[in-house]
Design a protein around this ligand. Structure first.
Ligand code: NAD
Length: 357
């Protein structure tokens, strides 16, 4: 097959290979940025790390030296808006505490930059809407860091569930949680916007939505928090929530800051698809039960891991003009549901999404 027709069969523009790599500035040099994101630029095809933003001069020095980022491409938070004048920066990746996502996304858009923003997108629906509006006005792309959408087992689970591999889906169970360490911003409501639901329960919620491909019409939630535990003075610990989807599918979900969970199961009329761990950084394990036979399902290692594939997806969207599969609207949809879940738990009743307008 000729090169041009092969490229078109792969739906990649033929000029793609010659295109320069998309430059990322990372904002916030904490755990996730430095341990998971920055090392994975090495696996990227279309993305490269070109700038750093931090309040810590010593981190700028350390990571600047490690990744070969010149001093001209290192910024403090006060300096941040000067990124406008740096043509090497195409994308700003916001990896800050949740309460700062909206501010830095809006400032990045005003500087004319595309934005990758970590989950949860922000701390309220109103902030998510402002972020989407700012990027729309600037004509820049906005993507949310839902990395599981770039992880092969999750992609297979979606394909199998949507294709009816174990019959039509009837019930989804999704559980995410860990035992949180004290003294951190995640436990400070002003910084986090909420407790386990914002941080880890969002994986159960997002999975229920991507596994069904539907939007819930009703939620009901129960919260269990021991406020005498010093970790939970301000934010919730456990939330059990049920999502009802238009097709009749139900998702029973768990979010926890005091017990370890990471898995989901799609139960169809002829069997089930289980992934546990499901949304971890690595090590996903899939089991399928179909027509009474249970067997593991393994996939070959991908060319790019989920972190690199996520970075490259936004780069590819910028290069081709496509929209990210997890754009700002995806983060907004989860935030609307989280607000509905909180309302359901507080008012001890089911909440219909149409009530929220
Ligand atoms: P972290 O605490 O390790 O890092 C946060 C960084 O923000 C730190 O470097 C800190 O110095 C900086 N910062 C700037 N202003 C701050 C302020 N006013 N208060 C506190 N810190 C401030 O947190 P993290 O685990 O890296 O999480 C950062 C974001 O990434 C969060 O939104 C989190 O939900 C998200 N995250 C996503 C994943 C994922 O798998 N997608 C995993 C972990 C974290």
């Amino acid at each position: 097959m000729a090169v041009a027709s092969l490229a078109s069969a792969l739906r990649v523009p033929s000029a793609f290979a010659e295109t320069r790599k998309i430059g990322y500035a990372i904002v916030g040099l904490g755990y996730y940025a430095t341990k998971q994101i920055m090392p994975n630029f090495a696996e990227c095809e279309h993305s490269r790390l070109v700038a750093l933003v931090s309040g810590s001069p010593s981190k700028l020095e350390q990571y600047g030296a490690q990744y070969g980022i010149p001093k001209t491409h290192r910024y403090s938070y006060a300096d941040f808006d000067r990124i406008r004048d740096n043509p090497d920066i195409d994308v700003v990746y916001v990896v800050l505490p949740n309460s700062l996502h909206a501010e830095y996304t809006v400032r990045a858009a005003r500087a004319g930059k595309h934005v990758m923003c970590e989950k949860p997108m922000a701390t309220s629906v109103a902030e998510c809407q402002a972020m989407i509006a700012a990027c729309r006005q600037a004509g820049t792309k906005l993507m949310i860091g839902y990395r599981s959408r770039f992880e092969p087992y999750n992609r297979l689970a979606i394909e199998l569930a949507h294709g009816g591999h174990v019959g039509p889906t009837r019930l989804i169970t999704a559980e995410h949680g860990f035992s949180i360490q004290p003294n951190q911003w995640r436990l400070n409501r002003a910084m986090s916007g909420g407790g386990s639901m914002m941080d880890i329960g969002i994986y159960s919620l997002n999975a229920a939505r991507y596994l069904t491909g539907e939007e819930p019409v009703e939620v009901s939630a129960v919260e269990s928090t021991d406020h005498a535990d010093p970790r939970f003075r301000e934010v919730e610990d456990r939330v059990s929530f049920i999502l009802r989807f238009p097709s009749g599918v139900q998702a029973n979900c768990i979010s926890s800051y005091s017990s370890a969970h990471n898995g989901y199961r799609v139960n169809g009329t002829q069997g089930w698809i289980a992934l546990e761990p499901a949304t971890s950084y690595a090590g996903q394990a899939m089991t399928i039960n179909r027509d009474g036979i249970t067997a593991p399902r393994t996939l070959p290692a991908p060319a790019r891991n989920q972190f690199a594939a996520q970075l490259d997806h936004l780069a590819e969207c910028i290069l081709t003009g496509a929209s990210p599969i997890v754009a700002g609207e995806e983060g907004l949809a989860d935030m609307r549901l989280i607000e509905a879940i909180y309302r359901s738990a507080a008012e001890r009743r089911s909440v219909a999404l149409k009530e929220l307008g």
